[in-house]
Design a protein around this ligand. Sequence first.
Ligand SMILES: O=C(O)C(=O)C[C@H](O)[C@@H](O)CO
Length: 253
Amino acid sequence: MDLPRNAFKAALKAGQRQIGFWSTLPDGGLVELLAGCGYDWLLIDSEHAPVDPRAMLPLMQAAAPYPTSVVVRPGWNDPVEIKRLLDAGAQTVLVPYVQTAEEARAAVAAVRYPPLGIRGVAGTTRASQWGAIEGYTQQANDEICLLVQVETEAAARNIEEIAAIDGVDGIFVGPADLAASMGFPGETGRPEVRAAVCDAVRRIVAAGKPAGFLSADQTFVAEVAEAGGSFLAVGIDSVLMRRAAVALRQSWD
Ligand SMILES: O=C(O)C(=O)C[C@H](O)[C@@H](O)CO
């Protein structure tokens, strides 16, 4: 059996825009539904969702039959958590709250086997199809895609240094945390925040790395696309569900 090719990593490298969706409600049926909706990538969140690596596994399995690339977000830049997600079969990881080149380097080390990194080597895991993928340990680094999240003013100041780290395959700008760090918690729509996000995206692209973003506000996503953003999550399950449910109820007032 061959190591599955990481279509998302290849698309980013080729400069192809990837439209994604954000999954925060940890239910296999819902993830399966979303995986079949035609998005290029589906983020399964564990930073802000009650999902540990054990709970992540059935969610990844639910998405696996569909032509969407699964991106998992661990709770933190933690090599132990990242290792367990990779062993469970994740190939693309979005690491939150990376603020410096040193933290980016640590994230790279967490996803790579030695001698390039510190990922622990297991004899057999789901990632290697329980050993059916010959040479998994030798090839795995090539197909793992590491995305890091820049989401504070300090991190934004360090974009060029973070982008220069070999092994960082893309940089995602988190608008909610960036807004909070700028002193505007909960106000991602403010002009200052939008300008800061677009400036970060332009600098990431100028530094030679793909830039990512998430918003349920399509105008904001369009601004970020115009600034050069290429992996763009355009919706969040909980937001979509609540908006639709409230609108339906209101249609009966
Ligand atoms: O800072 C952000 O924005 C993100 O990191 C994304 C959020 O975590 C996501 O849950 C949407 O609010």
